[in-house]
Design a protein around this ligand. Sequence first.
Ligand code: SF4
Length: 316
Amino acid sequence: MPSLLRVEDIKKYFPVERGIFKKEVARIRAVDGISFSLDKGETLSLVGESGCGKTTVARLILRLLEPTSGAIYFKGQNISTLDRKEMFKVRGLMQIIFQDPFGSLNPRQRVGDIIGEALSIHNLAQDRRRERIGELLRTVGLEEECIWRYPHQFSGGQRQRIGIARALAVEPELMVCDEPISALDVSIQAQILNLLKELQERFDLSFIFIAHDLAVVKHISHRVVIMYLGKIVELAETEELYSNPLHPYTKALLSAIPTIEKRERIVLRGEIPDPSHPPKGCRFHTRCPIAKPECSEREPAPKEVTKGHLVSCYLF
Ligand code: SF4
């Protein structure tokens, strides 16, 4: 079966300009040649520290940013070349859930208008709009009466549910969840994750789930992609990644998850290098606890170590 989404060698460089003539002096390589696919009904998580390029990938998929090069295929169609009008049709099938549920909702609009606006833009449920908004609110665990209330009258978790209802309104096939629980209390995070899982089963949704640590994605992901400085360093099925991590960066991220049993924490030295001047060779060599001299000479290519488990490191 063909993938729902296929990202092929996608790159996004942002120019750094200086002076009154805005001369380009450098390019920030936010995403530097990454490829992956997503199946129908699958959740693929993109994980890495801030600045690794995961949010840029999300925006490229939705065409909120134009790629520097590479291609994105959605349902077999190359959407990176579509014009605005053609992209509008596709965009209804792809929705985003934002990190900040308050900032992403218009504080002057009632909940009914926020969700109704999504229906209007895509000309959906014209003759039964009120009924459909009620249905959507119930689907995400809210009362129908919420229709008359404003975003500030809800808790963070409830506001995220409103954001999810708005995304569901247009009957998407792909949802990009950009750190949807990181602004919420820990007690609420599990409720939102469970809701997303329920919705996935009910509507056969596919998710790209963005997170900055591995603690939150284990129970929601089918596969996990680890990103570092604009590149994929490891990609594997969730079980495999958590039980048999190979890349030193993945091991460091896993060691940071709090557990009951004592586990040695791998503390990475130094900061993430400047993405406009990434280190030569393996991009992780400046922080890698087991780097060898040759690691700074050539960049390791991704290698499939076992079926579906890719790693970019000279040790494999
Ligand atoms: Fe570390 Fe070298 Fe592997 Fe890079 S290639 S992760 S520097 S051991």
